[in-house]
Design a protein around this ligand. Structure first.
Ligand code: C5P
Ligand code: ZN
Length: 447
């Protein structure tokens, strides 16, 4: 029902166009690759119309950040890649609010001064068929059709939220097709590897995580020698035959780890390239995720807006970020995780990274039989991130619902998607919370 999305996007554009050019439009978005690209798309669309734009990138729980924004008394606030789960707070804002979200929508009805554009309320599955950036792109095009050139950023957001798993579909497919038709991207089938040398690319490969190679100092060069390649080779210098050998080896490495079919299918797949995003879109999403979740949110936005110096700085920052993630993944693979009847969990030190590590571990290290939770204690708060597989979701699992329900019992905040969700509760409830989640999920999986 893209028709409903078109109708609501037109309404959003009408709100924007009704504002005098002196208006400073506030944009609040999420701090991951999807949120950063959504913010960048909206920034460009609004700036091109002559508005001042003030962007903030936030993370869960949004409570403190939203309270600060409420006190600013903005005329118009646009929430991207968030908002539906924070409707109660947004209802308290005095001006007009536009929500562009793809997380599970809780309430359809809002006050008159709120326009809620949520994929789920437009008949679009927000977990697979549209994300914050593709929905923001729809709004940007309604503001001005010339904003179609922002499509590569939307494609990076789609990749950032892993909505290519199971094949690009729904509204995302419309965006990809448009980008191809307008020659804004070049489509090439390939694998995700990047770095100064083959050795370097394999060492820093975090997602996919190649057991024995990723984060392993000696593994890549030894293995490359064994298959007749050299770790010093540049990726571009590989012959077609050598590429084939490398790809087969990497796929075999994943198969040995029982990697699920739909994940294996994403390793070598159509990829979209554009100068707007400095190359391949998923690679760009990785860079933005490293900026956002690695404590440099503003840097990610600057990269999206075409700042060359920011791009160089981001590349450097990404190496440190990846090193941290890879160390945790190697340790998790070696030491294993804790286990309950229906869930698995592990402790992480950084709440932004817990979900990233959990997501990769779920797909490439552990079998996909139970969802994986990462727990991070900070002061009196416990941050929980949970990740699952499409297979578990098909069996009835809904992490968004489970996290919301369990967090509510302990007066915390929780929510998200069926396949990936988060929660924050008081740390004293850790054990009881895990028990509650375990029970809820056991019920969900039983049908
Ligand atoms: O925090 P984490 O990355 O694990 O969150 C996974 C997904 O769940 C994200 O899309 C996030 O926005 C969402 N989430 C939510 N409400 C929360 C925590 C996370 O909607 N309280
Ligand atoms: Zn998103």
């Amino acid at each position: 029902m893209a028709e409903q999305l078109r109708k609501l996007s037109t309404q959003a554009a009408a709100i924007i166009h009704s504002l005098p050019q002196t208006t400073c439009i506030r944009v609040i978005s999420h701090y991951d690759a999807d949120g950063i690209t959504a913010a960048a798309i909206l920034f460009q669309a609004l700036y091109r119309e002559g508005y001042d734009v003030h962007v903030s990138l936030m993370r869960n729980p949004f409570t403190k950040g939203l309270e600060r924004v409420r006190q600013e008394e903005n005329e118009v606030v646009i929430f991207a890649d968030m908002g539906s789960g924070q409707l109660n707070m947004i209802e308290q804002f005095s001006g007009t609010s536009i929500i562009i979200d793809h997380h599970q929508a809780l309430t359809q009805k809002t006050s008159k001064n709120i326009l809620q554009i949520n994929a789920h309320l437009c008949g679009i599955n927000g977990s697979y068929e549209a994300c914050g950036s593709s929905l923001s792109f729809a709004v940007a095009k309604s503001i001005n059709t010339q904003n179609i050139d922002l499509a590569p950023l939307a494609l990076a957001g789609i990749a950032g939220d892993k909505q290519y798993i199971g094949g690009i579909r729904g509204y995302n497919k419309t965006v990809v097709d448009e980008a191809v038709q307008h020659n804004l991207v070049t489509k090439k089938i390939g694998i995700k590897l990047y770095g100064d040398s083959l050795e370097d690319a394999l060492y820093y490969a975090a997602d996919p995580y190649y057991s024995g190679l990723s984060g392993n100092k000696q593994g890549p060069s030894d293995t490359m020698q064994r298959i007749g390649l050299s770790g010093n080779m540049q990726l571009d210098d590989l012959s077609t035959e050598q590429q084939r050998t490398l790809h087969s080896w990497l796929l075999l490495t994943l198969i040995k780890k029982d990697c699920q079919h739909n994940i294996l299918d994403t390793v070598i797949r159509p990829r979209y390239w554009s100068d707007t995003v400095h190359g391949e879109t998923e690679r760009f999403a990785d860079l933005l995720d490293a900026c956002g979740k690695g404590g440099k949110r503003g840097l990610g936005l600057r990269v999206c807006l075409g700042d060359g110096d920011a791009f160089k700085e981001a590349l450097q920052h990404e190496q440190e970020y990846k090193t941290k993630i890879l160390q945790s993944l190697v340790a998790l693979e070696k030491e294993g995780v804790e286990e309950k009847k229906s869930i698995r969990y592990f402790y992480a030190t950084d709440s932004s990274l817990g979900g990233v590590i959990g997501g990769i571990a779920m797909n490439y290290i552990l079998d996909g039989e139970k969802p994986l939770f990462s727990l991070v204690r900070s002061d009196d708060e416990l941050h929980v991130s949970s990740r699952a597989t499409q297979h578990l979701v098909q069996k009835g699992l809904d992490l968004g619902v489970a996290m919301k329900e369990a967090a509510t019992v302990f007066e915390g905040h929780g929510g998200g998607h069926a396949i990936a969700a988060g929660a924050t509760i008081n740390v004293h409830h850790e054990e009881a919370f895990l028990g509650q989640v375990d029970t809820i999920i056991a019920k969900q999986l039983k049908g």
